[in-house]
Design a protein around this ligand. Structure first.
Ligand code: GLA
Length: 403
């Protein structure tokens, strides 16, 4: 049910493909994981707290220094190659001045952000493939960005902290790819630790890790739904949060983000906000509160109470933030009725994608089977369902010639 065997398989696939394309061994393989978020949804861009884990599904980049000034990147998953010339990066075109395809914007964006940061970058040859499902809310984009950042770091003469690499990749995503995400995904992919959850303060960027309580597993269930409207839905939620801050500033001039408003103060002022803005802001303020309350519960191993907060988070994302969909509601609802399930909620931006479930280890097999069967019954759709082990963040697995 877990995917570590797939990871081994992908490292040999990318290194063999590298040898085939470039007629030499690669000098290293960079790995960067996707992430699943347990609590703290749609709060990273409100300076809140999040509780994600890097997962054991990752992107792998076999790389080596290039002979010339251009980088050549082969995406095995798309069977497509791009050549990146440093001079053409700002125009988002390849070495022949043709517009970059969607996938090529991730490695190009990382190179662009590195250049903008004043980092000397060496051109590299690379082959990459990913086992993080695309568009499923598990941060496949961040995993591609971090894997390339780790590869570029390995061939250059500098080293950034994992959080600085995350910030650089977020800049690539915001300003080059054009997706206005917060810091959670890149931070989780960069700073994850095996077996542990990451508690990140998205304002100070301070973080610490907490163990996943003994005897429970994280299970991810994919609705199979991918919504084209997700980007505009995400942006309009961000805009509503900004509007809430602007309006609340009349009474609370010192605030800069919804993080600065506690629940009691918000309840006192909520009437003055337009109905929709009030609902969006209430989700954020309550979700930040839930995430803070979750920490002592995790530390004391009270998984039942922690799961209760996950369930409440789903309801809030469905009713107040309105980023769920019938299939996510079906998966979360079925999960909650099954034995051994402590909590279930949508994870990531929503509008489709996956739920995250916290399940008693001994009940995991039965849970996976029953959830899949009931979802199929209710929706006539198939859900990919698997156990996810919290994994380490981005790193270079092998340095030196890899055969
Ligand atoms: C996406 C974004 C993150 C975060 C989540 C919602 O995954 O990339 O920055 O905002 O949605 O919590």
């Amino acid at each position: 049910m877990t995917s570590s065997a797939a990871g081994v398989d992908l490292t040999s696939r990318v290194s063999a493909a590298f040898r085939e394309k470039f007629a030499r061994s690669c000098s290293g393989i960079a790995r960067a994981p996707g992430r699943v978020n347990l609590l703290g949804e749609h709060v990273d861009y409100n300076d809140g707290y999040v509780l994600p884990a890097a997962i054991d599904r990752a992107t792998y980049v076999a790389f080596g220094p290039a002979r010339g000034a251009s980088s050549t990147v082969w995406a095995l998953d798309f069977d497509a190659v791009v050549t990146l010339d440093p001079h053409n990066l700002p125009a988002r075109t390849d070495a022949h001045a043709a517009p970059l395809s969607a996938w090529a914007r991730y490695p190009a964006g990382v190179a662009w952000a590195l250049k903008g940061d004043g980092r000397p970058i060496r051109a590299l040859d690379a082959v990459f493939a990913s086992e993080v499902p695309r568009g499923a809310g598990l941060s496949s984009s961040a995993s591609v960005e971090l894997a390339f950042a780790a590869a570029w770091q390995a061939v250059a003469e500098w080293a950034l902290s994992p959080m600085d690499l995350a910030l650089l990749c977020q800049r690539a995503e915001n300003q080059y790819v054009g997706v206005n995400c917060g810091i959670m995904d890149q931070a989780a992919s960069a700073c994850g630790e095996q077996g542990r959850l990451l508690l990140l303060d998205c304002r100070s960027l301070q973080f610490r890790t907490l163990p996943l309580p003994a005897g429970v597993v994280i299970i991810v269930a994919d609705t199979g739904i991918r919504h084209a409207l997700a980007a505009s839905g995400y942006n309009s939620r961000r805009a509503a949060c900004e509007e809430a801050v602007r309006l609340l500033r009349h009474d609370l001039p010192g605030i800069t983000a919804l993080r600065d408003v506690d629940l009691e103060t918000f309840n006192r002022l909520a009437n003055g906000l337009p109905r929709e803005v009030e609902r969006r802001a209430r989700h954020v303020i309550e979700e930040i509160d839930r995430t803070q309350r979750a920490v002592p519960l995790l530390e004391s191993g009270d998984v039942r109470a922690f799961g209760g907060l996950m369930n409440a988070s789903h309801v809030s994302l469905r009713d107040l933030y309105e980023v769920s969909c019938p299939e996510l509601d079906a998966l979360a609802g079925i999960a909650r009725s099954l034995d051994g399930c402590f909590g279930a909620r949508l994870t990531g931006a929503g509008f489709g994608g996956c739920t995250v479930n916290l399940v008693e280890g001994d009940a995991a097999l039965g849970f996976v089977e029953k959830l899949g069967a009931a979802y199929q019954d209710q929706t006539r759709r198939h859900a990919e369902i698997y156990v996810c082990a919290p994994s380490a963040g981005a790193s270079v697995l092998y340095a030196g010639a890899v055969d």
